[in-house]
Design a protein. Structure first.
Length: 101
């Protein structure tokens, strides 16, 4: 590995590789937080599931089998709202929930 000089400072090639990797990972994180939906439903699947992203879930007349009230959910819901607590464990795996609590 060579050493690169800019003015009076000396940098190794590892520094440049690490800087590029850090820049690309930052772009990936920003795009992941900025995009509202990560997955959309396929056209041949039932219409009750619309979109899912990092923060919210969009449903259309969805009734969850573990919901005692059997309310049809329509619209986009943030994962941490009161409407979603009934089936949050079904959407978000328990290992990920352990990180938040």
């Amino acid at each position: 590995m060579g050493i690169f000089r800019f003015g009076n400072a000396e940098y190794s090639a590892n520094f440049f590789v690490a800087s590029i990797c850090m820049f690309l990972s930052t772009l990936c994180c920003i795009s992941a937080f900025a995009t509202p939906y990560w997955t959309r439903r396929y056209s041949n699947t039932p219409k009750d599931f619309q979109n899912i992203g990092l923060w919210e879930l969009c449903l259309y007349k969805y009734r969850h089998y573990k919901d005692d009230l059997q309310i049809p959910y329509t619209g986009c819901f943030w994962f941490w709202t009161n409407e979603m607590y009934r089936f949050r464990d079904w959407i978000i795996p328990s290992k990920i929930l352990e990180i938040f609590y």
